[in-house]
Design a protein around this ligand. Structure first.
Ligand SMILES: NC(=O)C1=CN([C@@H]2O[C@H](COP(=O)(O)OP(=O)(O)OC[C@H]3O[C@@H](n4cnc5c(N)ncnc54)[C@H](O)[C@@H]3O)[C@@H](O)[C@H]2O)[C@H](O)CC1
Ligand SMILES: [K+]
Length: 480
C-alpha cells in the first residue's frame, strides 16, 4: 500500500467508527507484544517518545510493557506540545502510573549526557509518518544517543526508524509497522502488527477516497475542470440536463451538447448549451462534437441519447476518435455493446446497471458481493477500462482492484439518479482523477446526496433534488 492509502484508510476507518484511540491502543499493544515475544519479559526497557502520534504509540507501548518489565519513558520535548487527543489521553494515563518512570527531557545537552547502559531494549517512538525534513533538536540528540547503543541494546522502532527518510535516523534492529506495510518504506527490517483496521478498508469507498478525489479541486485557479456532456434526443431532454447540472457544482465549465429539438427546453445559465441540428445525434455531428471535446478535460456520453440507428453510429464514431477520458452511460452502453473494440486504448468508465451489464458482456452479475466483484473485475480487465456496476451495492473495478459503495437508498430508484451519477463521475474525471477513483467516489457522493435528500423529504424525491444536493455533499465530505 502507499502512504496516500494510509491517509484515506484512516478517514474511512473513522467513518466506520474505528476511532484513533482504538488504533493507537492496538498499535502500542502490538509493539509491546512483539517485544515480549522476541525478547521475553522481566527486562529493563527505555521508551523514547516525541510529541506526535508516534510518541503516543510509545506511551501505550510503555503502559503495556510495564506490567511485566521495568519501564522508563523518556519524553523528548515539551509535553504541552502533545497534539492529538489520543496522545494526550495516553500521556495523562502514564503520568498517573507509579510503576513507569517518566523523564521529560527538553534540553539537548542533557540528552547527550544520558547513560542508557543497563537497558535491554530501547523503544524508539520519537518520529513516525509525520516527519518533515531532517530531525531537529532535541529529537536529533535523542536519535544520536539511541544510536550509541546500537548492537548493545535491542532497538525497536515504532512504525519507522525515527528520522526516516533522512539519513539522520535510528539504527533499529527492526521497526514494527502497522497492519499494512507501506511499499515506499525500505532500508530497514519490518515486522507488521495488526491494529484493527477491518478488511472493508481494502474495498469500501468512503469519505477518505472522496476527500482525496476532491483535493484536486482548487489547487490551481481556473483549472478546476471542463466537462462536455453529450446526450438528449427527440424523446429525452431531462437526462443530459441532470448529468450536466450535478457536474456543474464540481467543475468550472460544463458544456451541454444536445440535439436542438430537446435543447430548446433547457434554460439554465450555469450550463453552456451547444445545440446540434435536428432531433437526434447523427454521424454528421461527429466532427463538430470532436472539436468541442478538444476543449474539455472529460466527456460524458449517453444520458437520454436514444437508440436510433443513426445515433448509435454517431456514438461509435465519436468514441473511435475521442481522446479524452469518457463516461459511457445509458443508451451509449447499448451502442458500445455492438462494438466493444472502439474502447481499445481509451480511458473510460462504463456505468451499467445489471441489465446493461448483461447486454454488454452477455452475463448477469449474480451471487455474493465478492462473486459479482470478481465478474466486474474480469470484464474490466477484458475491455481495458473501468466498470461501475450500479446496484444496491455499486461495484467498481479497473480490472486490477475493486471497490464497492453502499451509500444511497431505495428512493434512488427514481428515474434520473443514474444521470446525476454519470455527471458526477465525469466531473471527477475532469478534475484529473483516475477512472477507478472517479467512478467509485462518484457512486459514494451520489449516494450521500440521495441520503441527504431522504433525510429531508422521505423516499419520494426526484433526481433533480439529488443533483442539487451535490454542493452540500462536497461540503460535508471535506469537513469530515
Ligand atoms: N493510522 C495509522 O497509521 C496510525 C498511526 N499511528 C502513529 O502515528 C504516527 C504519525 O503521527 P503524527 O502525529 O502524524 O506524526 P509523528 O508522530 O511522526 O510526528 C509529528 C511530530 O513531530 C514533529 N516533527 C515533524 N518533523 C520533525 C522533524 N524533522 N524534527 C523534529 N520534529 C519534527 C511535528 O512537529 C509533530 O509534533 C505514525 O507513524 C504511527 O506511529 C497511530 O497511533 C496508529 C494509527
Ligand atoms: K519511530
Amino acid at each position: 500500500m502507499r502512504i496516500e492509502d494510509v491517509y484515506i484508510w484512516d478517514i474511512n476507518a473513522k467513518w466506520l467508527g474505528v476511532s484513533p484511540f482504538q488504533l493507537m491502543e492496538n498499535a502500542g499493544a502490538g509493539v509491546a507484544k512483539i517485544i515480549e515475544e522476541k525478547f521475553g519479559k522481566g527486562l529493563k526497557i527505555a521508551v523514547f517518545s516525541g510529541t506526535g502520534n508516534n510518541g503516543g504509540d510509545g506511551f501505550v507501548t510503555a503502559r503495556h510493557l510495564s506490567f511485566d518489565n521495568d519501564v522508563t519513558l523518556f519524553m523528548i520535548g515539551d509535553e504541552t506540545k502533545i497534539r492529538s487527543d489520543e496522545a494526550k489521553h495516553n500521556w495523562e494515563i502514564l503520568k498517573k502510573l507509579d510503576f513507569v518512570k517518566i523523564k521529560v527531557l527538553k534540553d539537548s545537552s542533557y540528552i547527550k549526557s544520558l547513560d542508557l547502559s543497563g537497558f535491554d531494549v530501547i523503544v524508539d517512538a520519537l518520529l513516525g509518518a509525520g516527519t518533515k525534513g531532517e530531525p531537529r533538536e532535541p529529537i536529533r540528540s535523542a536519535i544520536e544517543k539511541i544510536n550509541e547503543y546500537a548492537g548493545k541494546a535491542k532497538i525497536v522502532s515504532v512504525d519507522l526508524p525515527s528520522g526516516y527518510p533522512s539519513n539522520v535516523r535510528v539504527k533499529c534492529d527492526f521497526a514494527v509497522t502497522f497492519q499494512w506495510d507501506k511499499e515506499e518504506y525500505e532500508g530497514f527490517e519490518r515486522v507488521i502488527a495488526k491494529i484493527g483496521y477491518p478488511k472493508e478498508l481494502y474495498h469500501l469507498v468512503g469519505p477518505g477516497d472522496a476527500k482525496f478525489a476532491l483535493k484536486k479541486k482548487g489547487e490551481h485557479k481556473g483549472q478546476n475542470g471542463k466537462l462536455l456532456v453529450i446526450g438528449g434526443s427527440e424523446d429525452y431532454f431531462g437526462a443530459p440536463y441532470l448529468a450536466a447540472k450535478a457536474a456543474s457544482y464540481l467543475v468550472d465549465l460544463v458544456y451541454l451538447a444536445m440535439p436542438e429539438y430537446s435543447a430548446r427546453r433547457i434554460n439554465d445559465p450555469n450550463l453552456i448549451l451547444r445545440p446540434f441540428d435536428g432531433k437526434n445525434f447523427r454521424k454528421e455531428d461527429v466532427e463538430d462534437i470532436l472539436t468541442l471535446a478538444e476543449g474539455v478535460d472529460a466527456v460524458v456520453i449517453g444520458p437520454g441519447i436514444g437508440t436510433k440507428p443513426e445515433t448509435k453510429e454517431f456514438i461509435l464514431e465519436f468514441l473511435r476518435w475521442c481522446e479524452k477520458p469518457v463516461v459511457i452511460d445509458a443508451d451509449a452502453l447499448k451502442a458500445v455493446a455492438e462494438d466493444l473494440d472502439v474502447l481499445k486504448g481509451k480511458k473510460f468508465v462504463l456505468t451499467p446497471h445489471a441489465g446493461e451489464f448483461r447486454i454488454l458482456f452477455g452475463e448477469k452479475p449474480e451471487g455474493s458481493l465478492e462473486e459479482k466483484a470478481k465478474l466486474v473485475m474480469e470484464k474490466a480487465n477484458a475491455v481495458g477500462g473501468t466498470i461501475l456496476l450500479k446496484g444496491v451495492y455499486d461495484i467498481t473495478s479497473d480490472g486490477k482492484i475493486w471497490k464497492y459503495n453502499k451509500t444511497g437508498n431505495r428512493g434512488m430508484t427514481t428515474g434520473g439518479t443514474g444521470d446525476v451519477l454519470a455527471g458526477i463521475v465525469g466531473a471527477l474525471l475532469a478534475l484529473g482523477n483516475e477512472p477507478l477513483r472517479a467512478a467509485s467516489v462518484g457512486a459514494f457522493l451520489n449516494g450521500i446526496a440521495g441520503n441527504m435528500v431522504k433525510d429531508e423529504m422521505g423516499e419520494n424525491f426526484t433526481a433533480l433534488d439529488v443533483a442539487k444536493k451535490v454542493p452540500f455533499v462536497i461540503k460535508r465530505v471535506l469537513e469530515f
